[in-house]
Design a protein around this ligand. Structure first.
Ligand code: BGC
Length: 469
């Protein structure tokens, strides 16, 4: 055989896969985008909305980068029709948004504001007219300020009860159009950053015992809300949490390390997902808390573990890479080297495997049959060119890698039913103000102009193909 004919044969046999071999998602996979009320709505004084802990926190000089606040933010309260068109242009089939508790109960409890749900009525009608299915989060951190000032917010179980009352009211009013409710967004983050570290609202630095009590009351609020949604929502209303779990990735995928990563994921989420799904605090959690363990009753644990219909997971990065270890816990988290890569937000480590292992651990550990990825996305230092185009190839790189791992999970049968990209558009990024951009659409906060970035085209293609592109 001549060298030439050899080459010809090789190119025939090794011809590259064509487009039809792209890694696809299950048919009917639900593609959406996500936002939250305080980050986009603005209109903080309209329709008798009450103040939230974030209003006060953001207005305190020094709390937010460049002293931003979300009084106007994306002015979504007025521009929601245009924003629904942005979703439609992506071909998105679902939208995860949050309802502002202080709009509905301006003082947190007591009588509902008669105008409190009007905005959401309008938004829901607009979404449904555009063929977009609404998924509503009930708490994305904007606690009515009155509850904080009256009895210490989540430090008191009166807040857990007020939350359930509000959740039931919303379910009663909106479950004709909203079929899926998320109770609380990321318990872990607002408990730690708002009540331990003090950087987020309400800006507290509580003792370990108080922090554990807050954590317990938040989990209790979740369970009470599940129950009141069941009693007040229409038959068939589905409910679950949206948690940013501590995801542990096996450093090397051996059976022993995989088992260690599962054990670590169960233990390190003991205060949230584990207690919600098992109805008990793990022995290690209680031993570690010692005298600082939360006060709770057996009935509390029953409430917290009220049956849910799905688990929502916000996936940004692995919390730990772990290996099996011959110690009491059976695992060892490895330190992150200084050179570990991150995105524009320094905390946002690039670890796409979290998108495989997070849902897989949840399905395996607790036999969860329905999972939604309720958030995934990244900040990027988007720079418009002279024509105003944003070529955010770094965001595309991040998303493609995470979605490849998600596809790996669904192709192995991990029951992920949908994915909500964070975020539809740039918005108020909490203590980072408007300085970190997570959107598929760029927002000019002076003019409120929205412009699609290259990642919007990328996501539109993903949705159209139902595959990683
Ligand atoms: C939160 C979002 C936030 C995003 C990026 C998530 O933890 O739910 O509100 O904007 O992360 O920081």
């Amino acid at each position: 055989m001549s060298a030439e004919s050899g080459l010809a044969n090789a190119s025939k046999e090794n011809s590259l896969p064509n487009r039809s071999l792209r890694p696809g998602f299950p048919s009917g996979f639900l593609w959406g985008t996500a936002t939250s009320a305080y980050q986009i709505e603005g209109a903080v004084n309209e329709d008798e909305r009450g103040p939230s802990i974030w209003d006060r926190h953001a207005h305190k000089i020094g709390n937010i980068l460049n002293n931003g606040n979300a009084d106007v933010a994306n002015d979504h309260f007025h521009l929601y029709k245009d924003d629904v068109q942005l979703m439609k242009a992506l071909g998105a089939k679902a939208y995860r948004f949050s309802i502002a508790w202080p709009r509905v109960f301006p003082a947190g409890a007591g009588a509902p504001n008669p105008k409190g749900l009007d905005f959401y009525d309008r938004l829901l009608d607009e979404l449904l007219a555009s063929g977009i299915e609404p998924f509503a989060t009930l708490y994305h951190w904007d606690l009515p300020l009155a509850l904080q000032d009256r009895h210490g917010g989540w430090l008191s179980r009166e807040t857990s009860e007020a939350f359930a009352h509000y959740a039931g009211h919303v379910a009663k009013r909106l479950s004709d159009r909203v079929k899926h409710f998320f109770t609380i967004n990321e318990c872990s983050r607002f408990v730690n950053l708002g009540h331990g570290h003090g950087s987020d609202a309400p800006g507290l630095k509580l003792s370990r015992a108080e922090l554990n009590q807050v954590r317990h009351n938040v989990a209790l609020g979740h369970g009470l809300a599940v129950r009141s949604i069941r009693t007040q929502g229409r038959a068939g209303t589905r409910v679950g949490p949206a948690e940013n779990i501590v995801t542990c990735v096996p450093a090397i995928e051996t059976p022993a390390n995989i088992r260690a990563a599962e054990i670590a994921t169960r233990e390190l989420n003991a205060g949230y997902l584990t207690v919600m799904l098992e109805g008990k605090y793990t022995d290690a959690f209680l031993a570690d808390a010692g005298k600082d363990a939360p006060q709770f009753t057996a009935e509390d644990l029953d409430i917290i573990s009220s049956p849910i219909d799905f688990v929502g997971l916000n996936v940004y990065m692995p919390e730990h890479y772990v290996v099996a270890a011959d110690n009491a816990q059976g695992f060892a988290p490895l330190p992150f080297p200084d050179s570990f890569p991150h995105m524009d937000s320094a905390w946002l480590k690039i670890g796409p495997e979290a998108m495989y292992w997070g849902p897989r651990h949840v399905a395996k550990l607790w036999d969860v049959k329905s999972i939604y990825i309720t958030e995934n996305g990244t900040s990027a230092a988007d720079q418009p060119d002279t024509a105003g185009n944003v070529y955010d190839v770094d965001r595309i790189m991040y998303l493609r890698n995470y979605l490849t791992q998600l596809q790996r999970a669904t192709s192995e049968g991990v029951p992920v039913l949908g994915y909500f990209l964070w975020s539809l558009m740039d918005n108020f990024e909490w203590t980072d103000g408007f300085e970190k951009r997570f959107g598929l659409y760029r927002v000019d906060f002076n003019t409120q102009r929205r412009t699609p970035k290259l990642s919007a085209s990328f996501y539109r293609e993903i949705i159209a193909q139902n595959a990683v592109v």
